[in-house]
Design a protein around this ligand. Structure first.
Ligand SMILES: [Mg+2]
Length: 330
C-alpha cells in the first residue's frame, strides 16, 4: 500500500478556475473529491483574480458544496499587501487602487488607506483586474507612477476567458500603463511569482504542500519557483487533447504529478507521479490510461530518450490516453 496524499503532503494549495470550478459550474468530480480529501489535509485556494474580496470566492465554494471560510482563500491583493508591509510601508499609508473591491478590502485589512485620487498623495499604486477599470483609472495610476509612486501589479495574466472568448486581463491593462509611463511595475505579486504560494503555506503551517493547478505558466511554474511539488489536472486550460505539448516543456513548467482530474486525491501520489510505473504493482483492473504518457514523459524529461527519436511513440501514447480517458468517463 503506497502512501496517501495526506501521508505525503501537509497542505493542498488549489487553483480555483479550471480546478474547482469553471465559471459558475463545478469541475466534474472536483467537489466530491475535495470534500473527502480536505477531511485529512489543510487546504487553501490561491487565485490571481483581484476583482473580488475573499468572501466572494468563499461563498462560491460553499455554494458548490465545500465547507470553506475566508481563511481558505488567498488572493493576489493579499500578496500586494504582504509586499507593501515587507517593503516597509507604514500602516496608514495611502495607496492608489486600480481595480475592484478585492484590492480595497485587502488594503484596509492590512492597515493601509485605499484611495482613488492621486491628488491625495498615494505612495504606491496597486493595480489589479476589475471589469469597470477604464481610462480614467489607468490615467490616475500613470500620473502617480510618473510622480514616484511604487507600482505593484497583482498579476500579469494577459487575458481572461469569458463565455464569448478571450478578453483583456490585468496584464493587458498593466501593459497600457507601462506603455504610457515607459517602464514596468516594480513588483508583481500573483502567480507565477512564488509569494501567494508562500502566504498560503504559511497560513496552513504547511512545510510540504502540494500545488494543484490547470495552467503551466502560472500554477506549475509558480510552484516550481516556490520550491513546491505540483499536480497538473486536465480540467481547465489544458485537456486530454493537449498532452502532446508536455514533452517540450522547460524544466520550470514541469509538474511532478499528472492526473485527468481530482479523483486522483483518493489514491496515492505515487499513482500519478510522472515516472516509470512498475507494471507488476499495477492492478490490471485499475489501469490508468495516463500511465504510458507519464512513463514516456519521464524518459523524455530525464533525457534518457530524445523526443525526436520517440515522436511517433509519444504521439501514439497521447492519443491512446485521450481515447482511454474518454472511454472511461463515457
Ligand atoms: Mg486555473
Amino acid at each position: 500500500m503506497t502512501d496517501s496524499f495526506a501521508a505525503v503532503f501537509d497542505g493542498l494549495i488549489l487553483d480555483a478556475d479550471g480546478v474547482i470550478y469553471r465559471g459558475p459550474e463545478p469541475v466534474p468530480y472536483a467537489i466530491e473529491a475535495l470534500v473527502d480529501a480536505v477531511r485529512e489535509i489543510p487546504w487553501c485556494v490561491v487565485t490571481n483574480n483581484a476583482a473580488n474580496p475573499p468572501g466572494v470566492v468563499t461563498a462560491k465554494l460553499i455554494g458548490l458544496g465545500l465547507e470553506a471560510t475566508d481563511d481558505n482563500v488567498v488572493t493576489s491583493p493579499h500578496g500586494a499587501v504582504a509586499y507593501l508591509i515587507d517593503a516597509g510601508f507604514e500602516p496608514g499609508s495611502k495607496i492608489l487602487v486600480v481595480g475592484g473591491p478585492g484590492i480595497e478590502d485587502a488594503l484596509v485589512a492590512g492597515g493601509f488607506v485605499p484611495v482613488r485620487d492621486r491628488h491625495i498623495g498615494p505612495v504606491a499604486v496597486v493595480q489589479g483586474f476589475g471589469p469597470e477599470v477604464g481610462w480614467h483609472e489607468l490615467a490616475e495610476a500613470s500620473y502617480a507612477i510618473a510622480g514616484g509612486a511604487v507600482w505593484i501589479a497583482t498579476n500579469l495574466d494577459r487575458n481572461i476567458p469569458t463565455q464569448y472568448g478571450l478578453a483583456p486581463g490585468n496584464g493587458a491593462l498593466v501593459g497600457a500603463v507601462a506603455e504610457a509611463v515607459g517602464r514596468r511595475p516594480d513588483a508583481v505579486t500573483g502567480k507565477p511569482e512564488p509569494l501567494l504560494f508562500e502566504l498560503a503555506a504559511g497560513r496552513m503551517g504547511a512545510s510540504r504542500p502540494l500545488v494543484v493547478g490547470d495552467r503551466l505558466d502560472t500554477d506549475i511554474e509558480g510552484a516550481n519557483r516556490a520550491g513546491m511539488e505540483s499536480l497538473l489536472v486536465l480540467t481547465g486550460v489544458l485537456t486530454v487533447d493537449d498532452l502532446g505539448l508536455l514533452a517540450g516543456l522547460e524544466p520550470v513548467a514541469r509538474p511532478r504529478y499528472l492526473a485527468a482530474d481530482l479523483r486522483c486525491l483518493a489514491g496515492a501520489p505515487r499513482d500519478v507521479e510522472i515516472c516509470e510505473h512498475d507494471p507488476l504493482t499495477v492492478d490490471p483492473l485499475e489501469v490508468d490510461p495516463l500511465d504510458p504518457v507519464r512513463a514516456l514523459l519521464h524518459r523524455i524529461w530525464s533525457g534518457s530518450v530524445d523526443v525526436s527519436d520517440v515522436r511517433e511513440e509519444w504521439q501514439e501514447a497521447c492519443r491512446a490516453a485521450a481515447e482511454g480517458l474518454r472511454a472511461r468517463d463515457s
